[in-house]
Ligand binder design. Structure first.
Ligand code: SAM
Length: 211
């Protein structure tokens, strides 16, 4: 596997998130914009989520369940931050992020959260035994712009993890229709919300994956 797992990284080695002439980290929107230029299909949008959207997502996450909340596609950490503010303990939060720049940025911003620089396509390998202790997955991956084969592979991993644990799956998307053609039928939508004050407006879908 080629993914670099930076769980145990103690020092901040990647200069890619620092300003050219100082040690100050770049602002999140700038890191985000650079990734959009580098890999637009993996981003699926030109802007970070708004704090309003992030808070609405976090409000759907149960705070009293034992185990982990798993975030897919942490980006610059807007949703990660909202999850922490919601009351998820940092040691119970795991964020998987494909981009090394974002992963470094996240690890710097949230030193107590386990940040995994890797592809959600390999979730179970990345998490090992901890995949059995995930009770909620929060997914910000741009399924509409990623290749279909990759989306189906990621959904298979999500399905294995949530179905085994009777977990909750929360997906936010810019498709406001509520359709989710890539999800297996046993995913039952139990809640949803549209956030208009986001660029672009977004829909949060909450599923129970119990078979
Ligand atoms: C729409 S952005 C969301 C970023 C952030 N959660 C937010 O709401 O602002 C999508 C994120 O998914 C990440 N991503 C795309 N494909 C991925 C994959 N296969 N595995 C893990 N992360 C991925 C991108 O690098 C990006 O950070």
């Amino acid at each position: 596997m080629t993914q670099r797992n930076i769980i145990k990284a103690k020092t901040f080695t990647n200069d890619s998130v620092k300003s050219l002439n100082s040690n100050k980290p770049l602002p999140g929107w700038m890191v985000f914009a650079r990734e959009v230029l580098r890999n637009p299909k993996a981003m699926g949008t030109a802007c970070e989520s708004s704090p309003r959207l992030a808070k609405a997502i976090a409000n759907f996450v149960p705070v009293d369940k034992p185990g982990y909340v798993l975030e897919l596609g942490g980006g610059t950490g807007i949703v990660t931050e909202a999850l922490l503010q919601r009351g998820i303990a940092p040691e119970n939060l795991i964020s998987v992020e494909l981009s090394p720049s974002f992963a470094d940025y996240l690890q710097h911003k949230f030193p107590q959260v386990r940040i995994i620089n890797g592809d959600a396509l390999h979730l179970k390998d990345l998490l090992g035994e901890d995949s059995e202790r995930v009770h909620t997955i929060v997914c910000g991956l741009p399924f509409r712009t990623l290749p279909h084969v990759q989306v189906h592979g990621i959904v298979k991993q999500v399905d294995d993890i949530t179905s085994n644990n009777s977990g909750i799956y929360i997906q936010f998307t810019y498709d406001l229709s509520g359709k989710a053609p890539f999800l297996p039928h046993h995913f039952k939508r139990i809640n949803h919300k549209i956030i208009w004050r986001n660029i672009p407006p977004a829909r949060i879908n909450v599923y129970n994956s119990e078979r």
